[in-house]
Design a binder for this molecule. Structure first.
Ligand code: FAD
Length: 321
């Protein structure tokens, strides 16, 4: 069954989050010869549209509006609902990002539609699209379908490979206008924390520290390793609670979910709530002085030792690469 699938592009600092391309690839997987239409909401973003075509979108709809300069659920949901209304897609996909997590339930409620959140895989079987998503903090997986109405889904970053970028792909780009009114939230200013570096939720390598890192200065050493590896820095809640680092770095059940190629855990015990946010990493390396630490049960490589001795050695070795 051919499906028309609308994919919301996720933009940050005027460039796409990778999950935008991954969601296009997800849509391609189940469109079954139908159309994959990407939607770009923002201000002065139309110039980015062709990139979505290069990554597989058949068509792009751009919506430029000053109210869409920064994300607010109010303005974005009004704009997206109008596009959904005029395009009448069979399904709407977006990244399981801060934006997707906020916007998708709102759209589902307005459309009285079912929502599958945090999908890590999907397949089309006959009339149905079967989604796979983790449950019980990643300890099990469930397969789910939406049996009637429009299908809404958020796609977990770093799980579905994007299509190869192909600059010879062509597709129509259409600008549409929407009517955004009665906004109850207006962003006056965004004050960013100066975390800099690589975006944690999309990073290919994550260097994460726990309570074992012992201090803010200890985290500076972690930053050094991250810099050498081109990695993002993450943390356990233990480290955040101890004020060694900012909560924006927290990985886990109540923090960010990451799925990098390489996850290096330093001084992290491996509590279930932490593991929920990183167990799908492709390769896990754990450094812990306690040989019984739970983290070793999920690690591909374990180093039993004092992280303050191991860390400088790792930095030195990786610098040679
Ligand atoms: P600890 O458990 O204290 O572990 C520190 C580890 O460092 C130990 O294994 C120790 O052997 C090792 N160590 C100490 N010194 C050294 C050294 N010099 N060299 C090498 N190793 C050393 N936690 C999260 O991380 N993310 C979440 O999202 C999250 N959500 C939660 C939600 C709820 C509702 C609850 C109840 C808890 C949540 N937690 C979460 C907390 C979680 O249960 C753990 O308390 C937390 O993950 C522990 O952090 P930690 O591993 O850094 O600290």
């Amino acid at each position: 069954m051919a499906r028309k699938i609308l994919v919301l592009a996720d933009i940050r600092d005027n460039s796409f989050r990778n999950v935008s391309f991954e969601a296009i690839a997800a849509a391609k997987k189940v469109a079954s010869g139908g159309e994959v239409l990407s939607v770009l909401l923002g201000e002065n973003v139309s110039g980015l549209a062709t990139e979505l075509i290069y990554y597989g979108a058949d068509r792009v709809v751009t919506v430029e509006n000053s109210s869409l300069k920064d994300y607010t659920s109010d303005a974005f949901s009004q704009a997206l609902l109008q596009v959904i209304h005029s395009e009448t897609p069979d399904a709407v996909f977006m990244g399981h990002t801060a934006v997707g997590k906020d916007l998708a339930p709102r759209i589902a409620m307005k459309k009285q539609a079912g929502l599958i959140s945090d999908a890590i895989d999907l397949e089309a079987v006959g009339e149905e699209v079967i989604f796979t998503r983790p449950i019980y903090s990643g300890k099990a997986f469930e397969k789910k379908v939406i049996s009637e109405g429009i299908i809404l889904a958020t796609i977990r970053p770093n799980n579905i490979a994007p299509l190869e970028k192909d600059e010879s792909r062509t597709g129509e780009v259409t600008a549409v206008s929407v009517d955004i009114k009665d906004l109850r939230t207006i962003i006056k200013e965004i004050v960013r924390k100066s975390t800099g570096g690589v975006d944690l939720s999309e990073a290919k390598i994550v260097v994460a520290g726990g309570r074992g890192v012992k201090s803010e200065e200890g985290f500076n050493k972690l930053n050094e390793l991250a810099e050498v590896l081109g990695a993002a820095v993450g943390a356990s809640r233990g480290a955040c609670d101890a004020e060694y680092c900012d909560y924006s770095l927290q990985i886990g059940q109540t923090g960010k979910v990451v799925t990098p190629d390489l996850y290096i855990a330093l001084g992290i015990s491996g509590a279930i709530q932490h593991v929920a946010g990183m167990s799908n990493s492709k390769c896990i390396v754990a450094v812990n002085k306690d040989p019984e630490a739970t983290i070793f049960t999920i690690a591909d490589y374990g180093i039993v030792g004092d992280l303050f001795e191991v860390l400088p050695l790792l930095i030195e070795e990786f610098k040679k690469e």
